[in-house]
Design a protein around this ligand. Structure first.
Ligand code: NDP
Ligand code: 2IT
Length: 453
């Protein structure tokens, strides 16, 4: 670790105690940027990274709401407005009981670089609540969303801050949030993305993160003149990102053998084909059930519940060539990374945000596998959110092919940026450096142009 990174991290830890995920995300970027700071002392002199790691604004608020049994509930809501140098704050909302400042700040920080990589004019933000939507009735979800928006609405706007979905926030929640925003402001604007098609949403937005992560994997494979055809793939999660990752892998001739949720995972040696994926989409998006119900219908598959005594996830031990972690942060530790390599995996495309620990990343980089970090590989979701904003501004919806082609082009462009930048800074094939530096340069130059604010 260079002195630059050591000093910066000491300061970050002192100023932001008890925020391990935020420290982890900053350290990874700072390591990559030490290459830039050596060649470009002007960024160091302008303290650009020191400014980027300090959110422009952190909003924390009470969300009090009455549920359908008349009980009063109190949750905590947040919005981190991290950086607006290249566009309005943009990023998802996460509803999950584990949500805290550390998790949202790491996500908002990652979002700044990711959004910059998309080539679109979007700053970085993230928000959410410790509210747990799991198992709750539609009415409870609606009441919570309305109360959450009753405070959030005063901080956001189509040219200020444009939230979207993330873990626990899908089309249903975006609908309730949008309805409340519209009522409070008396305005129909593109203030949220991931909207329903009838009221300003974009075709391909639900698919975009999963499709994008598979397009990114295809680009990485193409550097070795290979494709996904015939490849066996491990996918984790079974939510929005995981589902459309499976759909696109199937379309490109690959075979997906695993999916998971927070209780366990299924292994289906024959592959999760289109018909089985339909079952999962109905199970997860309509019936809101658990992944273990898969084996009641598909008897050849095996379900393995989470075993908290294990220090690794057995999902990552199955024989495969590609892995698409698409559940949550830090789901691949050093042991999992080693298991993936032993089972033959040489392509990792991260649908989730920061799913690999620092030690896990080091193992992938040392082995020189095709490792696409989240801020590059999963940028397709926010990219199509940006395209949804463009369509809203024009008041003209694009057809499916138009959006899908743009998504494909953006993922190709992000891949090119990663390749070119990692070459330029002497670490060819290192997509981590490529993404961190590529995302940074545009934001840093904009911040210098705009002065110290
Ligand atoms: P969903 O809520 O649709 O699905 C999340 C999935 O991951 C569920 O299967 C969930 O299981 C599982 N999961 C969540 N938390 C944990 C946990 N702590 N341990 C184990 N499993 C867990 O979310 P998305 O699919 O939208 O998001 C998945 C990942 O992708 C996240 O890291 C998110 O930040 C990232 N991402 C999402 C984008 C988007 O457009 N939606 C864009 C870019 C990145 P369970 O139901 O049991 O909780
Ligand atoms: O992590 C992410 O990039 C997202 N959750 C998508 C954000 C967005 O604004 O579409």
């Amino acid at each position: 670790m260079s002195d630059y990174v050591k000093n910066l991290m000491a300061e970050v830890k002192a100023k932001n105690p008890s925020q391990p995920e935020f420290h982890q995300a900053v350290e990874e970027v700072a390591e990559s940027l030490s290459l830039v700071m050596e060649r470009h002392p002007e960024y160091r002199a302008a303290k650009v990274l020191e400014r980027i790691i300090e959110p422009e604004r952190v909003i924390s608020f009470r969300v009090a709401w009455v549920d359908d049994q008349g009980e009063i509930n109190i949750n905590r809501g947040y919005r981190i407005e991290m950086n607006s140098a290249i566009g309005p704050y943009k990023g998802g909302l996460m509803f999950h009981p584990s949500v805290n400042l550390s998790i949202l700040k790491f996500l908002a920080f990652e979002q700044v670089f990711k959004n910059s990589l998309t080539t679109l004019p979007m700053g970085g933000g993230k928000g959410g609540s410790d509210f747990d939507p799991k198992g709750k009735s539609d009415l409870k979800i609606m009441r919570f969303c309305q109360s959450f928006m009753s405070e959030l609405f005063r901080h956001i706007g189509p040219d200020t801050d444009v939230p979207a979905g993330d873990i626990g926030v899908g089309g249903r929640e975006i609908g309730y949030l949008f309805g409340q925003y519209k009522k409070l402001r008396n305005e129909f604007t593109g203030v949220l993305t991931g909207k329903g098609l009838n009221w300003g949403g974009s075709l391909i937005r639900p698919e975009a993160t999963g499709y994008g992560s598979v397009y990114f994997a295809s680009e990485m494979l193409n550097t070795r003149r290979q494709t996904l055809e015939g490849k066996t793939c491990l996918v984790s999660g079974s939510g929005n990102v995981a589902q459309y990752t499976v759909e696109k892998i199937n379309q490109l001739g690959g075979k997906v053998v695993t999916l998971s949720d927070s209780n366990g995972y299924i292994y289906d040696e024959e592959g999760i084909n289109a018909e089985k994926l339909n079952f999962i989409m109905d199970l997860k998006n309509v019936r809101r059930g658990r992944i273990k119900e898969y084996i009641e219908k598909y008897k050849n598959a095996v379900y393995t519940p989470v075993d908290s005594k294990l220090d690794y996830n057995p999902l990552w031990k199955h024989k495969a060539q590609c892995a698409f972690p698409s559940a949550t942060q830090n789901e691949i530790n050093a042991k999992d990374a080693g298991n993936l390599l032993s089972s033959g995996v040489y392509v990792v495309s991260e649908g989730a945000n920061m799913p690999t620990t620092t030690e896990g990343i080091k193992i992938f980089l040392d082995e020189k596998i095709l490792y696409g970090p989240g801020k590059a590989a999963n940028a397709g979701g926010v990219a199509v959110s940006g395209l949804e904003m463009s369509q809203n501004s024009m008041r003209l919806p694009w057809i499916r092919d138009e959006v899908d082609n743009r998504l494909r082009m953006i993922m190709k462009e992000i891949h090119n940026t990663c390749m070119q930048i990692s070459d330029r800074f002497g670490t060819p094939g290192n997509y981590v450096n490529g993404a961190n530096i590529g995302g940074f340069l545009k934001v840093a130059d904009a911040m210098i142009d705009q002065g110290v604010v």
